[in-house]
Each structure stands twice: as C-alpha cells, then as structure tokens.
Design a protein around this ligand. Structure first.
Ligand code: RIB
Ligand code: CA
Length: 292
C-alpha cells in the first residue's frame, strides 16, 4: 500500500508539532510532501521557524517548509501565546532554528503540488484556513485535485475564542468560508470531540526518554498542557477505524456576535463531521507509535 501523500498546513503551535511528529513516525502510511505555515498560534516568523525546528528534531530536514500567509484575509491576526508560549513551542527545549524555508510562497507551493502530484493530495489543515482559501481563490480548477481536506476547526457547542467560535475559524472566518464551501471532501475535526483529549503527564513521561520528538512533547505539555486537537487529524488519517464520522454540511458565520461560528448540519452532505473517538485505543496507538 503506497503511503498517502499529505501536506500539513499549520501554525505550530504545540499540538501542530505533535500532529507532525506523529505523521513523521509513520512514513509507511503518510508521505509528508511539505509543511506550509501561516500566522496563527504565534506570528508566522515563529510558526515557520518552528516547522524547521520540528523537522530537525525528527531528522527530516529533507521535507521542505514553505512560508504562507502572515495574516488573515480581512481581520487582523490574533495569536495564542498563552497556550503555546511566546515562540509557539514553549517548553520543548528544541534548538533554535537552523536552515530556512523554501523561497516559494506556500500558496504557490500548494498550487504546484496540486498540479504535479500524480494522485489526489490530502491536506491536513490544522491552523487558520487562509493559505487554503487563497489557493482556491487563485486556482478553483484545482479543487478536484484535493482528495481530502482534513480540518481541525470549528465547534458545534461552545467555542474556545468566543462563546461561538473555535480559534482556527475565529482567526479567519472568511478563509474558512471559502475553503469549506469550495473544496473537495472535507472531514471536520472540531472542539467537541477533541477538547477533552488530554492525556495525563504520566502518559507523556512514559515516552519522553524514547527519542527527541517525545522528549520535546513531554517538555511542552509539562510547561502548559493543551488538548491534542491537531493530533486527532493525523490520527484520523492513520487509523480511521478509531473514529466515527457523520455526513454533514458546514457553513461559517462571517459577521456579528456569532462571527466564526461553524453551523454544522448532520445527516447528509459531501463532508464528514468527526463525532466519536475511541480515546483509549487512540492514546495507546499514539504512545506505541511515538516510542516505536
Ligand atoms: O482551537 C484549536 C486549534 O487552534 C488548534 O489547531 C491549535 O493549534 C490552534 O491552531
Ligand atoms: Ca494548529
């Protein structure tokens, strides 16, 4: 079985780092073609540098990093240093950035990968959706080259930025509207199923002496634990049997008090909403994979 070609579009960010480390631990299943970055959890200078730091920690500096959009389409950027630390990987203890991103912008790089990839591309979108939206605005003809857009974002219940909005959608609701309405089959991983995916520190400590990625993860969660939001996206690509999905349609509220809210109607539609996770099996699989 050929490894699935995947691009991580992200704002590392601690849980982004975990999502990428998990993917890189499974090269037989996921072929990470590139990391594309944007402003989100921390400004783009940090998210891009962090992508390079993550790849170096996993000894995968062969994977290119492309710097994307520094800010949302219309709104000013909002960041989340309180959760991720000033540099975005607080507590990781990873060495400072070495190397540099590729010269091409992430938008151009994603367009080129969609044009040239011999098979449809999976995009793991685990930050605001600005890069993805700009690709689709520039080249709507490429939407059908996206085989699967796996998105961490949104909420059916309470948000984590406002009562209604989850961070990735809140930061750029306009981009989310474009990406979620134009794109290919989407799987939406929301706060509802991930906000309580919070393993104990003992789970991290059991893996931390295995390798540099696991050590960095334990350090980050020891400093300030967060839910494994983005990790669920990678795990869904790796082990779909551990997840329950429902057909749905997704709309995004763009203005007013509910701006950034995802209005998700289940029962029918081209997209899929993650509605259940076998958390015990998932945490066991992740620990086994990260220490393998
Ligand atoms: O709301 C959680 C999401 O926002 C995660 O992707 C986290 O990394 C932040 O980007
Ligand atoms: Ca993220």
């Amino acid at each position: 079985m050929r490894a699935l070609p995947v691009v991580f579009d992200c704002d590392p960010g601690k849980d982004d780092a975990f999502a990428i480390f998990l993917a890189l631990a499974c090269p037989e299943a996921l072929n990470v073609l590139a990391i594309t970055t944007l402003g989100g959890n921390v400004p783009i200078e940090h998210t891009t540098g962090n992508a390079l730091r993550i790849l170096a920690a996993a000894s995968r500096t062969d994977i290119p990093v492309y710097r994307g959009c520094a800010r949302p389409m219309l709104k000013a950027l909002e960041t989340a240093e309180e959760s991720h630390g000033v540099d975005g990987l607080g507590g990781s203890g990873l060495p400072d950035v070495s190397g540099a991103p590729q010269p091409d912008h992430a938008i151009a790089a994603i367009i080129r990968m969609l044009e040239t990839c011999p098979e449809q591309l999976t995009i793991a979108a685990i930050g605001p959706l600005t890069n993805i939206a700009m690709v689709l605005i520039a080249r709507p003809d490429l939407a059908d080259k996206i085989g699967h857009l796996a998105v961490m974002g949104g909420a059916q219940g309470r948000g984590n930025m406002t009562e209604y909005a989850e961070f990735n959608i809140h930061v750029d609701p306009h981009a989310a509207h474009v990406a979620l309405s134009v794109c290919a089959p989407i799987t939406l991983v929301t706060l509802d199923t991930t906000r309580n995916l919070r393993p104990p520190m003992s789970w991290f400590e059991a893996m931390e002496h295995a390798n540099e990625p696991a050590r960095a993860l334990a350090g980050m969660w020891r400093e300030a634990p967060i839910a494994l939001y983005d990790v669920a996206v990678t795990a869904l690509l790796l082990w779909p049997e551990l997840f329950t999905l429902e057909a749905c349609t997704i709309d995004v509220v763009l203005e007013g008090e509910r701006a950034g809210q995802t209005v998700i109607t289940t029962g029918e539609g081209k997209d899929r909403l993650l509605t259940g996770i076998d958390e015990v099996a998932l945490l066991s699989r992740i620990a086994q994979t990260m220490t393998g």
